[in-house]
Design a protein around this ligand. Structure first.
Ligand SMILES: Nc1ncnc2c1ncn2[C@@H]1O[C@H](COP(=O)(O)OP(=O)(O)OP(=O)(O)O)[C@@H](O)[C@H]1O
Ligand SMILES: [Mg+2]
Length: 255
């Protein structure tokens, strides 16, 4: 199997025998290397939203981020998706350095790699449940039978098989958020970023939606990073990180 001195780290699930050999490892889904983000506010006063943040998230891991309002949680997600730009440091998505890509390449990488779920759904209220989930396929000019059956299958998995043709406005908040999750997963992203996905739901609905988000991510082997204000919902992740005024700390579990 060895070629050019490189052996796969696993072969049919079995570890390569020689620990001394270099291995091909799948890249982390997301990594930050000494990333800082400074905004200029009130004219030109610098505000450090993130300060020297470094981490690697292996593929398939689930990470919860907590922290006070203004601590930098959304900024971290926006940088991860390539929506915002770091002031310093390197960000890699599936091993690809975002700074090394042009605008078009970065947009394509984001579309194919990242699914986004935000607090206020960003659903189109005049479209049906099914069509909202299909939007990413429409944007990618890939609106065929495979996308349609994928959308229906995802919606069935969150209990919305009977609501496919309903306009979004007829759904409850929890149901809308499930639609938003299905839409984010439609194109099988490697990385799902969710910013307070249950923030506008009551505790009970929030827990149900979060459990669905976690179990769909497991089934799909999607890496998940979610922001929450709830320590209880954060505890459902593999690990919890806390942001304190732009500084990141591992504060819970790694199991
Ligand atoms: N576009 C921007 N221009 C200027 N300042 C910004 C901008 N975006 C964020 N900030 C500032 O950066 C800091 C971090 O903001 P961020 O939105 O990441 O916080 P957050 O932890 O998500 O807060 P919340 O829990 O309220 O959503 C805040 O002080 C915020 O005012
Ligand atoms: Mg936020």
């Amino acid at each position: 199997m060895a070629r050019d001195g490189i052996v796969p780290s696993t072969l049919n699930g079995v570890k390569a025998a020689d620990p001394g050999m270099p291995t091909i490892e799948s890249p982390p889904a997301l990594s930050f290397e000494n990333v800082s983000k400074t905004f200029l506010v009130s004219g030109d006063i610098p505000l450090a939203a993130l300060r020297h943040v470094s981490f690697r998230i292996p593929q398939g891991r689930k990470v919860a981020i907590i922290g006070r309002s203004g601590s930098g949680k959304s900024t971290l997600l926006h940088l991860s998706a390539g929506i915002e730009w770091p002031t310093e440091g390197a960000i890699r998505l599936m091993g690809r350095d975002l700074a090394g890509l042009g605008d078009r390449e970065r947009t394509l990488l984001r579309r194919e790699t990242v699914g986004l779920v935000f607090q206020f759904f960003n659903l189109l209220s005049h479209l049906s449940v099914r069509d909202n989930v299909l939007l990413p396929a429409w944007i990618a000019s890939d609106l065929g039978p495979a996308a349609a059956s994928r959308a229906e299958e995802l919606l069935a998995r969150v209990g919305l098989a009977g609501r496919l043709d309903d306009p979004i406005r007829k759904l409850s908040g929890g149901e809308m958020q499930r639609v938003a999750i299905c839409r984010a997963l439609l194109r099988r992203p490697k990385l799902l970023l969710a910013d307070e996905p249950t923030g506008s739901l009551d505790d009970e609905n929030g827990r149900v939606v979060m459990e669905q988000l976690l179990s769909l991510s497991s089934q799909e082997k999607t890496t998940l990073v979610y922001v929450t204000h709830s320590p209880e919902l954060a505890a459902l992740a593999d690990e919890t990180w806390t942001l304190h005024s732009g500084l990141l700390e591992l504060t819970g579990g790694r199991h």
